[in-house]
Design a protein around this ligand. Structure first.
Ligand SMILES: NC(=O)c1ccc[n+]([C@@H]2O[C@H](COP(=O)([O-])OP(=O)(O)OC[C@H]3O[C@@H](n4cnc5c(N)ncnc54)[C@H](OP(=O)(O)O)[C@@H]3O)[C@@H](O)[C@H]2O)c1
Length: 271
């Protein structure tokens, strides 16, 4: 069975990914801080879908705690991770000047550093066995020049970072996609109607479908898709130009542990 590792797989969007992938036959590795909640979610998934579910209790904002997750992701052979979902993220709901330096740093450590380090841990093994994918959960907030903490900027970074990773994966059988999520409905959270609100299950289904189609970005919901479509239009052209220019450079050497492996077909990542 393929294996998916989901950060923040015990709640919200990560939990929805866990259900969808388990029902698709994936074994799971779930990462979060709260061990009791993780164990409860894992047991529920095992019973409902009959899949194997491993749990790792870790605070991904802390390098020492993250190291064990990186080692698990980088595993080769039996137990190798086929799909990494960098989903865990947090937002400090304060004005930038009102948030403490520690709060802002923790936001950046989880939303940026963890995404970069876990992606880096995953790619060499995936590239070597010519199979694998990374989903990085960004947000529509990454496009908004709005007030607040470092959240919007961190999600803009996730979008740009995924573009870089996807471009460097051209010519391999490994994919990367950024999920530009809009506002997610929360069960029991009152009035959440209108096109701004999305169901986590629909967002997950759209993302997995776009990943299968080789897209480098997924924006669920017609309203968000329309807005992002306009904002992304020049970027799509730049992406294409970067791909063409990148063909003359052997960028994959930088993340490729074994330069001896023959080059494999170029295609996919059509966005
Ligand atoms: N909710 C939205 O409307 C929305 C919109 C756009 C994008 N997003 C993005 O979607 C992703 C998921 O958001 P969500 O709202 O579904 O989250 P959520 O319901 O708050 O769940 C967060 C998950 O991440 C885990 N987590 C949080 N901090 C962690 C840390 N430091 N180390 C390890 N695990 C941690 C949590 O478990 P523990 O607390 O046990 O660690 C939980 O499993 C985030 O990247 C978010 O930015 C959300």
């Amino acid at each position: 069975m393929p294996i998916a590792l989901i950060t923040g797989g015990s709640a919200g969007l990560g939990h929805a990914f866990a259900h969808q992938l388990a029902s698709d036959g994936y074994d799971l590795v779930l990462v979060a801080r709260n061990a009791d909640r993780l164990r409860g979610v894992a047991e529920g998934l095992r019973i409902q879908y009959g899949v194997a579910v491993e749990v790792i209790t870790a605070d991904l904002a802390r390098p020492a705690s993250r190291a064990g997750v990186e080692r698990r992701i980088a595993r080769r052979g039996e137990g190798a991770v086929d799909l990494l979902i960098n989903n865990a993220g947090c937002e400090v709901y304060k004005e930038f000047g009102a948030a403490t330096p520690e709060e802002l740093q923790a936001e950046v450590d989880l939303n940026i550093s963890a995404v970069m380090q876990l992606t880096r841990a995953a790619l060499p093994a995936m590239i070597d066995r010519a199979n694998g994918a990374v989903i990085n959960v960004a947000s529509f907030a990454g496009y908004l020049p709005a007030r607040g903490s470092a959240y919007g900027a961190s999600k803009a970074w996730v979008l740009a970072f995924t573009d870089t990773v996807a471009a460097s994966l051209v010519g391999t059988d490994v994919r990367a996609i950024a999920l530009c999520a809009g506002r997610l409905r929360r069960p029991g959270a009152g009035r959440q109607r209108g096109p701004l609100w999305l169901d986590a299950e629909d967002v997950v289904a759209q993302c997995l479908s776009d990943l299968r189609r080789g897209r480098v970005m997924c924006t669920p919901g017609w309203l968000y898709r329309g807005l992002v479509g306009v904002l992304e239009s020049p970027r799509r052209t730049l992406r294409l130009l970067a791909r063409v220019a990148g063909r003359s450079r052997s960028q994959n050497q930088a993340i490729r542990p074994s330069a001896a492996r023959p080059r494999i077909r170029r295609e996919r990542n059509q966005d």
